[in-house]
Design a protein around this ligand. Structure first.
Ligand SMILES: Nc1ncnc2c1ncn2[C@@H]1O[C@H](COP(=O)(O)OP(=O)(O)O)[C@@H](O)[C@H]1O
Ligand SMILES: [Mg+2]
Length: 277
């Protein structure tokens, strides 16, 4: 057993006595990371990667040093959103993250493949291994915030991330459809079981505000996520509208050019909550 287990009550002669022991991986020796934020969702397609990149870009605009670890190994989308192409470079110290136009450092499976369309057909343990390597082998340098775009759902790779990376808080992203309560519940229970604090819920795709209308249109109903947050005793961080400009900038690889005052408030809440920790 490694010295990572020193001091743990489950560290008994002959090995580890716990089935759910949290053994944190060591970060690369050239990395110095203040806070690690996990961005999670109960299911795919709700805007987890979008929220991760917007939060990163907003924090970078505020002057913080920010990185994104794209933990969605089989469905990586962060490089696309920041317009990053080509392969990540390797140095003697380790793998170097690619730096986006706005200064955000990114490491993603798509920066290691020769073609971004190449599929990653691996089983869970291999996928989990790569995600851990993005923590142990990447030279992140000095960061105020490292954001992890979690693999979707509450499966084994998400579990490994919670067990092996020192996550300071989770931001749960959801869309306001009917299944919200059940899906968010699962994610929050998983974080609680793993003793990872949940910073709060973000509702994405909440409403549309067509330029010709005075009132926003709530496609899936209003206030559902806020209600769920109350029921579960977690904070509601804010909502993000569906916006054409956002979708277009994402497609052009310029997600960092998008600004939204709701998002600025969400970022400020996240900063405050992590400071209070
Ligand atoms: N608020 C939004 N406004 C417009 N399009 C959005 C918004 N949020 C997400 N999208 C689009 O929806 C799709 C899914 O979002 P994505 O962030 O990739 O989801 P996930 O990472 O949860 O699978 C993407 O094409 C993205 O550009
Ligand atoms: Mg994604």
């Amino acid at each position: 057993m490694s010295n990572k287990c020193d001091g743990c009550q489950h560290n008994v002669e002959g090995g580890c006595s716990s089935k759910s022991c949290i053994v944190l991986e060591k970060e690369n020796q050239w990395s110095s990371i203040e806070k690690v934020i996990g961005i999670m969702s109960g299911k795919g397609g709700v805007g987890k990667s979008s929220v991760t990149s917007l939060l990163a870009a907003t924090l970078a605009k505020k002057g913080y040093a920010v990185g994104i670890l794209d933990g969605d190994i089989t469905g990586p989308s962060i490089p696309r959103l920041f317009g990053l192409k080509g392969q990540a470079r390797q140095s003697e110290e380790g793998l170097l993250p690619t730096v986006a136009e706005d200064g955000v450092k990114v490491m993603s499976m798509n920066l290691l493949l020769s073609e971004e369309t190449e599929p990653v057909i691996w089983r869970g343990p291999v996928v989990s291994g790569v995600m851990k390597q993005f923590w142990t082998d990447v030279v992140w340098g000095e960061l105020d915030y490292l954001l992890i775009d979690f693999p979707p759902g509450t499966g084994d790779v998400a579990l490994t991330a919670m067990q092996s990376l020192p996550i300071d808080g989770i931001v749960m992203v959801t869309s306001p459809q009917g299944l919200v309560s059940m899906i968010v519940n699962k994610g929050i229970h998983m974080a609680e079981k793993m003793n990872v604090p949940v910073l709060g819920l973000v509702e994405n795709m909440s409403y549309v505000q067509p330029p010709s209308c005075s009132e926003p249109y709530y496609l899936f109903g209003k206030g559902k996520t806020e209600e769920v947050a109350k029921e579960l005793g977690v904070d509601f961080l804010g909502s993000i509208p569906i916006e054409q400009e956002f979708a277009e900038l994402s497609d052009q690889g310029k997600v960092f050019e998008y600004t939204n005052e709701n998002f600025d408030k969400i970022a400020n809440k996240v900063i405050k909550k992590l400071k209070a920790k």
